[in-house]
Design a protein. Structure first.
Length: 742
């Protein structure tokens, strides 16, 4: 073996032995030091606990002295102020002062009055007799004292509870020469709630133990490597131990001592390698611990998710700090992106719902538009032939006269239904008319009484005399019919339907309740029609959905889900509101229809006018592609004195006009016709010369003609089916102007 190697072995052996000796010495010194520190800490914690308890005793003693030195207490002991205990020691005051029991003694020690804190029933009780007997030996030495300021402060054990007892003499502070007048005993029981408050002051879990140990005032019981119990002996006024106050504390000094001992041994082992130890220490302090912290923070982000986890802690301004800040910036960006995705998703869902709604509305428009032309033509023909039949009756009192009038009323109602269906997505403004709502209710009852609700009992209550409103009668009748049908369907066609008409003034007077749906209405006078049924009512989760288009609670084939949405649109266009609520009795639902009352100072243009009178032989070109409509309306017009020339489409109408352009006083034309439509025919007539006759458009597809064409090509525009009086009035007005719009 080379000498160099032997030297290495010798150095290694010596360094190893020295290092081992230093390791064991360091472990012994550190262990002994921390054992001493832990002993001192134990004594300090025990003394602190006893001082805190002594402070509570002193606090209770101060409270007792305050009351004992009070003139009212002296008067009470002397029997002159019987309400002293009631006025000063009610349940609230006992709880505030944390007094469990209170006794007042006379000079002989007899208990004059006593009170205990409330029991489970919340009532104050006197102190039990056995408790009084137990406290009397503590009060007698105080009463026997010649010093009026004598105070007894002690602890005693009753059952499994430690009590703080304070006895102080009652004397008049203004007349000390009178001496003691009695005594007050106050007791505070260290029950679980009091111990919990005490533990909060000590900031450590605390309990009482009645298993007394050796004579040491403070001793320690080790529970495990993590915690230990400190037992502080509690003594009464005679110095006798009564219980032990046990505090559970951690063994941080023990753990730190063990850690420091092993660290010292490690440092001693690395003493010969100072540079290596310094490097490890610097790496551990400046890098490794921070990396562990960063790793723990990243682990928390992994467990909780990037949206809920707290940010990474950043200390200093070096590369690790920049790395932590970069992670925080990445977290913030992820959260912003997640928020943006949520908002985009919500917007997408809202747009999807709007798209679905618009598609439903578009589908409804296409469906109704496809059948509207033929339906309106058939309805116009029916109206014409029914009116001819009514005029052919020789006697106005004929039994069929009423039936024909009801048929005409039904056709007008059907016309209104079709107009509303076509106007579902177009918000067509109503044609207002001032009328009495009560009369409109009566007409609606007659309309539905013989059919849709004939097995239901309709009860109408009207509590308002001035019931004038400005409405479109057909549209409003449609709303009321829809509500009555819904009420009848809710009761399976049998039951009682209640209609109540009353007034409403906004803002409400004190104590009044706002009807459902009336929120947001401007101030003013309104009329409210409430339609109530006795059915099962509407589930609470569906109350806000019943007015959605295509939403229905009825069975398959019994509802389209359009009735209430159309009704809501009509009411809103009348500047009113409609709401729904369940009856307070628990059965049935109530719809609240709210409309503004008429204002006498605001005129309303009527929707009908006087008859135009006979045609007086004036010539009319009537163009319509429906044969039934042409024949029916030609017969009606001819009976009124008009000379009618018929044409089955726009091309034939133009041919008739070219042949007799100087002979027509008026042109009536439909819009939707094969070949040349109504607007095209009007455009040709206007282009034929400045002396063209007035042109009236009569169509169920008025919306197919632009507003500009309606204004420039036609003198008037009417929607099929047209009432005879309306048509006569418009023809009379157009001819009275005498000028075309071309």
């Amino acid at each position: 073996m080379k000498l160099q190697h032997k030297a290495w072995v010798l150095v290694l052996v010596i360094v190893g032995l020295g290092t081992a000796a230093a390791m064991f010495a360091a472990r012994h010194v550190v262990g002994a030091s921390f054992a001493q520190l832990e002993t001192e800490r134990t004594e300090r914690e025990g003394e602190r606990a006893r001082r805190v308890l002594d402070q509570q005793v002193q606090s209770l003693a101060a409270t007792a002295r305050d009351y004992a030195y009070w003139s009212d207490a002296v008067a009470f002991v002397r029997g002159r102020k019987p309400d002293f205990l009631v006025d000063n020691f009610d349940a609230e005051n006992l709880g505030y002062l944390r007094i469990s029991q209170l006794l007042v003694h006379d000079l002989s020690g007899r208990v004059i009055a006593s009170v205990s804190k409330p029991g489970e029933d919340g009532q104050l009780r006197p102190v039990p007799a056995d408790t009084q007997l137990g406290l009397l030996p503590l009060a007698k030495p105080v009463l026997a004292s010649a010093d009026p300021k004598t105070v007894l402060q002690t602890l005693r054990v009753v059952g499994e509870v430690v009590e703080v007892v304070v006895v102080t003499l009652v004397h008049d502070p203004d007349r000390p020469e009178l001496g003691a007048q009695g005594a007050i005993t106050m007791v505070r029981r260290l029950e679980p709630d009091e111990l919990e408050r005490f533990a909060g002051v000590l900031m450590t879990p605390t309990r009482l133990s009645f298993d007394l140990h050796d004579d040491k005032d403070v001793h320690v019981e080790v529970i495990d490597e993590q915690s230990q119990d400190i037992h502080a002996k509690l003594r009464d006024h005679l110095g006798r131990p009564v219980a032990e106050l046990v505090m559970r504390v951690d063994r941080s000094l023990y753990q730190q001592g063990r850690w420091l001992a092993w660290t010292s041994m490690g440092l001693a082992a690395l003493a010969g390698l100072a540079s290596a130890f310094l490097l490890v220490a610097l790496l551990d302090r400046l890098l490794l611990r921070r990396l562990q912290q960063l790793h723990a923070d990243v682990g928390g982000i992994t467990r909780q998710g990037p949206l809920d986890a707290p940010p990474v802690r950043v200390d200093g301004n070096d590369e690790l700090s920049q790395l932590g800040q970069g992670i925080n910036d990445l977290l913030e960006r992820v959260r912003l992106d997640a928020q943006a995705q949520r908002e985009a998703h919500e917007q997408q869902e809202a747009l999807q719902m709007q798209l679905m709604q618009s598609q439903k509305t578009e589908a409804l428009g296409r469906l109704t538009g496809g059948i509207a032309h033929d339906f309106n033509n058939s309805l116009a023909a029916i109206t014409g032939w029914v009116r001819l039949a009514a005029e052919d009756l020789p006697d106005p009192e004929h039994p069929s006269s009423e039936a024909l009038q009801q048929a005409l009323k039904a056709t007008r109602y059907a016309d209104g239904l079709m107009r509303q269906l076509l106007a579902f997505g177009r918000q067509t403004p109503p044609k207002l008319r001032r009328l009495h709502w009560g009369n409109l209710i009566d007409d609606t009852r007659q309309l539905v009484a013989s059919g849709l609700t004939k097995r239901c009992e309709l009860v109408v209550t009207q509590t308002v005399a001035d019931d004038e409103i400005d409405v479109d009668p057909t549209q409003m009748q449609q709303v009321m019919v829809n509500l009555l049908i819904n009420a009848s369907d809710a009761m399976q066609g049998e039951g009682r339907i209640e209609m109540d008409l009353r007034a409403l003034e906004l803002p409400l007077a004190a104590g009044e309740r706002l009807p459902p749906g009336a929120h947001g209405l401007p101030h003013g006078r309104y009329l409210v029609l409430t339609v109530c049924d006795h059915g099962p009512g509407v589930p609470a989760e569906l109350l806000n959905r019943v007015f959605e288009p295509f939403f229905t609670t009825k069975g398959k084939g019994r509802g389209t889900g359009l009735g209430l949405s159309v009704a809501q649109g009509i009411v809103q266009r009348h500047h009113g509101a409609i709401g729904l609520s369940n009856r307070t009795e628990g059965t049935g639902a109530c719809f609240h229809l709210i409309l503004p009352a008429s204002r006498p100072d605001v005129p309303v243009e009527p929707i009908t006018g006087p008859d135009s009178g006979p045609g007086q032989g004036r010539k009319v070109l009537f163009v319509d592609d429906d044969q039934l409509v042409r024949h029916a309306w030609t017969a009606l017009l001819e009976r009124q004195g008009w000379v009618v020339t018929r044409a089955r489409d726009g091309e034939e109408g133009w041919t008739q006009y070219e042949r007799n352009s100087q002979h027509f006083d008026l042109v009536l034309t439909d819009q939707s016709m094969p070949g040349l439509d109504g607007a095209g025919l009007a455009r040709r007539i206007r282009g034929a010369g400045p002396a063209s006759p007035p042109i009236i458009l009569i169509s169920g597809h008025v919306n197919e003609v632009s507003a500009d064409d309606q204004r420039t090509l036609f003198n008037a525009v009417l929607h099929k089916p047209v009432d005879t009086k309306d048509l006569g009035r418009v023809m009379h007005e157009v001819l009275a102007t005498g000028a075309s719009r071309g």
